[in-house]
Design a protein around this ligand. Structure first.
Ligand code: 5GP
Ligand code: MN
Length: 344
């Protein structure tokens, strides 16, 4: 049974909470990715179909390719419509926290969520969930929040209500959080879920084309520039580094999401176990890391960049200049050497 890992007492409580609520707000983490937006919209469609008044509120803008997802244009983006977003949160009687485990991951929305009288329910797959929600369905062993949500729908008996739109959103998050089923994707239940989603009418090939295989000129050029001019490989440390400054991003007319999968590219090299991408934002440096095998990039992000994440995909932030951040990276790489040695 696909739902066997879920705590059925919690599912019963969730069912009771949903039955009693009227106004729902669904939130996800800052810089929302396919799993964050996909799970939020899937749940939004489901609860709307159940007759609830539902809004998705994100802390900031998401990548352009996710506009393809049904309902994306109705998402309330806090950085654009902050008063409306706050009003929705204050008026809600139920708030979902999807695809994040810590309140700081929703940035400025955090204090409003905590202050709201609404019941809070977290559904997430990151390690170490904080304790602020009333109900937490946390499964770090799941590869995406979307497959976890699919299992929750199954346990709630909602499978007959999974529309093509809901299935499209769920499939997108399952796909993007596993690098198109290239990592974290060996569990058979993933494919049981996909089989059901195909039955629900998704066009898998179409989703892939829109979400993954669609680009803009600026995106292609910035990725080409980054790999040819800005990628350093450290074979002795089995690491690679790419950095992009504000000036470089501006020169290539960077838009949010343009560097989304850039950090994965150096992993194609045989002598690279982990890859680090540093992107200069307005007031900080955004850090992204990916690894293959058992190299734990979440440890590096926690220890050196005030961040976290999963074994093979993690991130963090650095307060300071790019040069200082590169120095921090060098320290992190030394620590990475000890992790590599302890593996041997
Ligand atoms: P990305 O590199 O795509 O921004 O993030 C990859 C994964 O790392 C995310 O799914 C999330 O789990 C984690 N992550 C990214 N940025 C942060 C951060 O600033 N703090 C924490 N705790 N986790 C992060
Ligand atoms: Mn996720």
């Amino acid at each position: 049974m696909i739902t066997k890992s879920l705590d059925h007492k919690k599912i019963k409580e969730l069912s009771r909470i949903i039955a009693g609520c009227k106004r729902v707000v669904i939130t996800c983490h800052i810089a929302p990715d396919g799993d964050a937006v996909g799970s939020s919209l899937a749940l939004c469609h489901m609860l709307t179909d159940l007759g609830k008044e539902v809004h998705v509120v994100t802390p900031d803008m998401f990548a352009q390719n996710l506009f393809y997802l049904p309902g994306a244009k109705d998402i309330v983006i806090y950085t654009r419509y902050s008063d409306f977003a706050i009003q929705l949160i204050n008026d809600a009687d139920l708030i979902f926290c999807l695809d994040y485990n810590a309140i700081k991951r929703v940035d400025k929305l955090g204090s409003h969520i905590l202050d709201s009288a609404a019941i809070k329910v977290m559904i997430d797959h990151h390690l170490g969930p904080e304790e602020f929600p009333y109900l937490t369905i946390s499964h770090p062993e799941e590869s995406s929040t979307c497959i976890l949500l699919f299992k929750v729908f199954c346990a709630l008996g909602l499978v007959p209500l999974i529309s093509k739109n809901i299935a499209t959103c769920i499939y997108t998050g399952m796909m993007t959080d596993t690098g198109n089923f290239s990592y974290n994707s060996n569990k058979p239940d993933i494919y049981q879920a996909i089989s059901k989603l195909v039955e629900c009418g998704i066009n898998k090939d179409d989703i892939y084309r829109h979400i993954i295989n669609t680009s803009t000129l600026s995106r292609l050029r910035i990725n080409g520039y980054a790999v040819s001019q800005k990628m350093e490989v450290f074979p002795a440390n089995r690491a690679a580094l790419i950095t992009l400054t504000r000036d470089e991003l501006n020169e290539y007319d960077y838009k949010k999401g343009d560097t989304e999968s850039l950090v994965n590219l150096p992993l194609q090299l045989d002598n690279v176990d982990y890859s680090v991408f540093l992107r200069e934002e307005e007031n900080y440096i955004k850090v992204s890391m990916r690894s293959k095998g058992s190299f734990p990039v979440n440890k590096l992000c926690e220890k050196f960049f005030n961040g976290g994440g999963h074994l093979n995909a993690a991130g963090g932030e650095f307060d300071g200049t790019m040069q200082q951040c590169i120095e921090r990276f060098n320290e992190a790489m030394k620590y990475g050497d000890t992790l590599l040695k302890s593996k041997k």
